[in-house]
Design a protein around this ligand. Structure first.
Ligand code: GLU
Length: 453
């Protein structure tokens, strides 16, 4: 079945790793099945939504290479929510409430004080017409709740959590509309999922109880004949809820809530590393530096997800990043490399990189100037000999070390280290066999001669 999925961020802040993971998994589900991935901006909260966050969300998804087939905005769909509201109201599933926030708080505290769950008591349902009129005459505008059906147990087969069952009587009737007419999250999301033909809702397990409520909203909307268009969903989407991400210590971490693409970019993390890690974090599949997205998509499987919280470890990300950098082909990174660095340069230097940004430092070993250490007298004589014997064939490093070994009797570290230090100024670094041809004959001889002086 081709999946229609959506990623539905609220533009009230920047994306963090948890959101990115949800976006990625929805994208993978859609791509794996040849379906569609919708970016839905949940901007019904006009006071907290900001256009700059919408732009940042788009930019982050682009940087990560998560392309979307359609973009929807809740603020542009208010007429659909009005229509759904009218339909549910006509069906007797929505009722007006007049309690203030303080009154509700007192009710909650009393319930908790009695050891009862703080479920809304439906007092507003019991109001008579006259009582409602009196409230409105006092200038109290109602907010609106969706009336859950207590007779029907709510069940679904969760793609990750397995069989789920909720007793509607253990849930509060959700407020779906504020007194000022604005919408809360619960109903618009279900309306959108119907209108956009969403087949699979995949999100964090913090939404499990929302799903229980939304299943009743979906069902009530279907019963009210709301699925109007050809492409609209006529049946419930499949639901799956992922265990939340926790920090290395195993706790929900504040840091993860603010860790996003800006921090990753700053630290020189490749998008492919983030993708490779998040694609499999929390699953039974091995986390490896896989740069091939098609392979990650092909192996994506909801049934491999565990119920335990998924640990996000920044050291893992660094390890995957290093592995990814070592796989990147020249064409993929060419535009990000220092001037003059060609394919041979990339191949020589790549194994030394943990982050692509370090390429410039290593490339300076080729272009110079380099800082050589002060050598002992016997090393100076050895390096003078090296300058004299340097010849430029197919394999200058191999040839140089062979003739020097014969001429001086040196081998191992005393043979290689002074040469490396004289030629690069460093004690370790890229493979000299690859590096020396890049340095070039004249420059190499000059460096050896200078070191010997
Ligand atoms: N805007 C909601 C959120 O960010 C969307 C939840 C959903 O996927 O339905 O939590």
């Amino acid at each position: 079945m081709t999946a229609i999925t959506r990623f539905a961020p609220s533009p009230t802040g920047l994306l963090h790793v948890g959101n990115i993971r949800t976006a990625l998994h929805n994208w993978m589900l859609a791509r794996k099945s040849g379906g569609r991935f919708i970016l839905r901006i949940d901007d019904t909260d006009a006071a907290r939504s900001r256009e700059e966050y919408v732009d940042a969300i788009r930019a982050d998804l682009q940087w990560l290479g998560l392309d979307w087939d359609a973009e929807e905005r809740q603020s542009a769909r208010l007429d659909r929510y009005e229509a759904a509201f009218t339909a549910l109201h006509a069906a007797g599933r929505i009722y007006p409430c007049y309690e203030t926030a303080q009154e509700l708080d007192v009710k909650r505290k009393i319930a908790l004080g009695r050891g009862l769950p703080p479920i809304y008591d439906r007092a507003a349902l019991a109001l008579t017409e006259a009582e409602r009129t009196a409230k409105e005459a006092e200038g109290i505008a109602p907010h609106w709740r969706f009336k859950l059906d207590h007779a029907e147990p709510i069940t679904w087969d969760d793609g990750i959590r397995g069989a789920q069952k909720f007793d509607a009587a253990q849930l509060s009737d959700p407020v779906i509309r504020r007194a000022d007419g604005s919408w809360l999250y619960m109903m618009p999301s279900a309306v959108d999922d119907i209108d956009m033909g969403v087949t699979q809702v995949l999100r964090g397990e913090d939404h499990v109880s929302n799903t229980a409520v939304q299943i009743q909203i979906f069902t009530a909307l279907f019963a009210a004949g709301f699925a109007a268009t050809e492409t609209a969903a006529k049946t419930l989407p499949a639901f799956a809820h992922e265990a939340l991400l926790v920090g290395r210590e195993g706790k929900l971490s504040k840091r993860l809530g603010s860790l996003g693409c800006d921090a990753f970019r700053e630290r020189g993390i490749e998008p492919e590393a983030i993708i490779a890690l998040l694609a499999r974090l929390g699953t039974s599949q091995p986390i490896e530096p896989i740069a091939d997205r098609a392979a990650l998509i092909a192996s994506f499987d909801l049934t491999s997800f565990g119920r335990a919280p998924a640990k996000f470890d920044e050291d893992d990300l660094e390890r995957i990043n290093t592995g990814i950098v070592h796989l990147l082909p020249f064409e993929a990174v060419q535009h990000r490399l220092p001037d003059g660095m060609d394919e041979a340069g990339w191949h020589a230097i790549r194994p030394n990189l943990a982050h692509l940004g370090e390429a410039a430092d290593w490339w300076r070993l080729v272009t110079g100037p380099i800082a050589q250490p002060e050598f002992a007298e016997d090393d100076k004589a050895f390096l003078a000999e090296a300058a004299r014997l340097l010849a430029w064939g197919d394999n200058p490093w191999g040839e140089l070390t062979t003739v020097l070994k014969e001429a001086t009797g040196r081998k191992g570290k005393p043979l290689f280290l002074p040469l490396r230090q004289a030629l690069t100024g460093m004690e370790h670094g890229p493979d000299m066999g690859e590096l020396l041809p890049l340095i070039g004959e004249d420059e190499a001889r000059a460096r050896l001669t200078q070191a010997a002086a």
